[in-house]
Design a protein around this ligand. Structure first.
Ligand code: FAD
Length: 400
């Protein structure tokens, strides 16, 4: 039976195009990896020899164990720049005919998904839960951080996790999971790879028939969660809102309310953390729509980033109940888009510009309106152009 080998050094083998060496980082010591016959160090790479026919299976297994494949090379070939192929989790297997070394490809991190499923969620612990809405603001929005150090959960900026609230629904069935965008970078708020954070608004509305105030099940559970309490987590999920690897990209972000969550993760990765393999030098432009100044989530940190990185980070608020649009109405995010439409139109045409929209369902309408006006000045149909951007994976939307 095939058994992976991993000794910390590539084994010396003859040239054999049917056997490959995976260089793997980030495998964590744990129940699953303990069963393997090679030592896992928390940092540093391990090398695993994999026959061609088991590559897909091995990729999945490595991903489930929290590992990241940083290169694959045919066994027997030295590890040089020309033979190392950065690997994306979705990369297809090399064909049998391919005997040439794999060529440069843009490094793309593999994307972890569904490490924990609803029938076997990860039980995290709440270690932080604090209010984000200031005095005089509307509603309740909390920043929550969970300890995930005891398991294999890992994630990328722009992904979401599921939370399963305890208890049963009105049909007597266990509650279903609700998704929440992750608000922390892959390294977590404490930059120790041990936590995940969320930004949760408590759903509160008047019942359309009875007029009674109704509170959402999961959001209320989370907003009231005590520090030290257990929480059932699934995921991660989502490939729509991932940050491009390109350090010189233009990243336009449009958020309403808790739609800020993935952008907090982006911005913290771009500007707050230090990485060997990612040093952002492009332009990040955040449009943020909220009702009142007191509702500007993460206000201090955002404004500090703007002060520290004025050439790389632009911050544009639309504060609907305090600012007015040119028609004298409330200033919504679409008004800011219209105001800056010409510049945005120039930006979206650049090949390395990615636009992200996150937050309230329906916010895209106004954004499209603004972009249509700008594109129309150049006789371009925005809807057609946007389709191309989506196809090129440069227009990303996650609204709820
Ligand atoms: C990909 C994704 C990411 C998300 N990220 C976040 C996030 O970062 N932060 C966040 O706070 N939320 C986020 N959400 C929303 C979240 O998943 C939940 O939907 C939200 O918290 C409400 O869940 P709940 O259990 O509190 O409400 P529930 O108890 O499930 O109640 C929701 C239901 O209430 C009803 N309802 C809601 N509003 C009204 C109204 N005005 N009038 C009448 N009926 C109404 C609707 O039937 C609705 O389905 C995200 C959703 C998705 C899909």
């Amino acid at each position: 039976m095939y058994r992976p080998s991993g000794t910390g050094v590539a084994p010396k083998m003859g040239v054999n195009s049917r056997v490959f060496i995976f260089e793997v980082e980030g495998m964590r010591q744990g129940e699953n990896t303990d069963k393997l016959n090679f030592p896992i160090r928390r940092s540093g790479a391990v090398y695993i020899t994999v026959p061609y026919e088991r590559m897909n299976q091995e990729m999945r297994r490595i991903s489930q164990m929290g590992g990241k494949i940083v290169s694959i090379r045919p066994a027997g070939e030295p590890q040089t720049a020309s033979t190392v192929a950065p690997v994306n989790g979705q990369q297809s297997q090399p064909s049998e005919e391919k005997t040439k070394p794999m060529t440069h490809a843009k490094a793309k991190t593999d994307i972890p998904v569904n490490i924990y499923r609803p029938n076997n969620p990860y039980m995290g612990k709440c270690i932080e839960n604090y209010e984000l809405v200031g005095e005089g603001g509307l509603g309740t929005v909390r920043h929550l951080t969970f300890d995930i150090s005891g398991g294999d959960l890992r994630y990328l900026e722009g992904q979401s996790i599921g939370i399963i609230p305890p208890g049963k629904d009105n049909k007597g069935k266990p509650h279903k999971l609700r998704l929440y965008s992750i608000a922390s970078t892959r390294h977590g708020d404490k930059v120790d790879d041990k936590t995940v954070s969320l930004c949760v608004r408590q759903l509160e509305y008047k019942h359309p028939e009875t007029g009674e105030t109704v509170y959402g099940v999961c959001s209320t559970y989370l907003c009231n969660l005590e520090v030290g309490a257990d929480v059932a987590i699934t995921g991660p999920v989502g490939k729509e809102m991932l940050l491009p690897d390109d350090e010189e990209a233009t990243v336009v972000m449009m958020a309403t309310g808790t739609g800020i969550a993935p952008f907090r993760a982006f911005l913290w990765r771009m500007f707050k953390e230090q990485h060997e393999d990612y040093k952002f030098r492009g332009l990040a432009w955040l449009f943020f729509g909220i009702p009142y100044t007191a509702n500007i989530l993460y206000k201090e940190e955002l404004e500090q980033l703007q002060r520290e990185f004025p050439d790389n980070f632009r911050l544009t608020y639309a504060i609907s109940r305090e600012q007015q649009n040119p028609q004298g109405g409330r200033m919504y995010i679409q008004d800011r888009i219209k105001e800056n439409a010409d510049e945005l139109w120039q930006l979206v045409q650049k090949e390395n510009t990615h636009t992200y929209i996150c937050g309230l369902k329906g916010m895209e309408g106004g954004i499209d309106e603004g972009m249509s006006v700008a594109a129309g000045k150049f006789d371009v149909n925005w809807s057609d152009y946007q389709k191309q951007l989506k196809k090129a994976e440069r227009w990303h939307v996650e609204t709820y």
